[in-house]
Design a protein around this ligand. Sequence first.
Ligand code: NAP
Length: 288
Amino acid sequence: MSLTSTYIPLNLHKPSEPFAATVTANIPLTPNSSEDVRHISLSVKGSQLKWLEGQSLGVIPPGQDANDKPHRLRLYSIASSRTGEDPQELTVAFCVKRVVYQNEAGEEVRGVASNLLCDAQPGDTIRVCGPVGKHFLMPGDAQTPILMIATGTGIAPFRGFIRTRAEQAAVGPAFLVFGVRTSQDLLYADELRAFTARPDHHVQLAISREQTNAQGGRMYVGDRLTELTDILWPLLTQGGLHVYQCGMKGMETGVEAAFAAIAQASGNDWPALLKQLRQEKRWLVDTY
Ligand code: NAP
């Protein structure tokens, strides 16, 4: 079965004609952490929306910004598979961290869209548009091995990937390397456990503030990758491995360094290989 259909849904609801989705659930994912991350699901029944895993939807907060202009839309990665959260309903989920910080003047700043979503109650409406994004999609063939590297809420698209793989009969090897601050910040732990029940499916956690790397520093996703070298390298060079990164921009450096070290140890030219992987659309990045 082809996973990525040739049809990629795009902008089925334009920002000028958003759909008023109804919140169906708002589940705290990190109740024992200082960080507040929520799983928010929305019913989009009655809309034109379709999506593929790895795409995003726009959220348009109500009201106006400090300059009396309508709020701009914010993009959120879809955390559902294309079939949504509930097969009976058309439902789509986001994984959202509440943004609250102090600015240089010492004032508390609360992210408009993240607080709107994290405070939303079942029955509330949220204006959404999209979907957008056509590069961070699953390989067309479910047998193609995939490496998913996530930090924090960057797990969102991979939850969709994992749920889709779970629905398929014959799938190739899949690896998830997931970086979180503490054990209390681990997202979707039960679903990750279920994912590893399948042979050839592996999860490696990098719990930065509880584990240390070989140099004694914080354990990051790049450090965990070096431990998977023996399995990943042949898959990368001969097995068609697709590498996906989602989360913090800073993670890219450590991930590339890990692969560069592996390449160097086996006498390979990493910059040339990276260029080739990008050309073949096997090195896919969605970070900010
Ligand atoms: P977080 O909790 O602040 O961090 C997650 C983990 O990443 C922590 O273990 C953190 O370690 C680690 N980390 C920090 N710097 C790193 C680096 N240079 N290399 C590797 N790991 C590093 O994450 P979050 O608040 O959920 O933020 C996730 C980020 O993903 C946000 O910037 C968000 O905008 C982005 N995001 C992007 C998409 C997308 O592109 N579609 C979707 C969802 C989220 P320490 O803090 O302990 O150092």
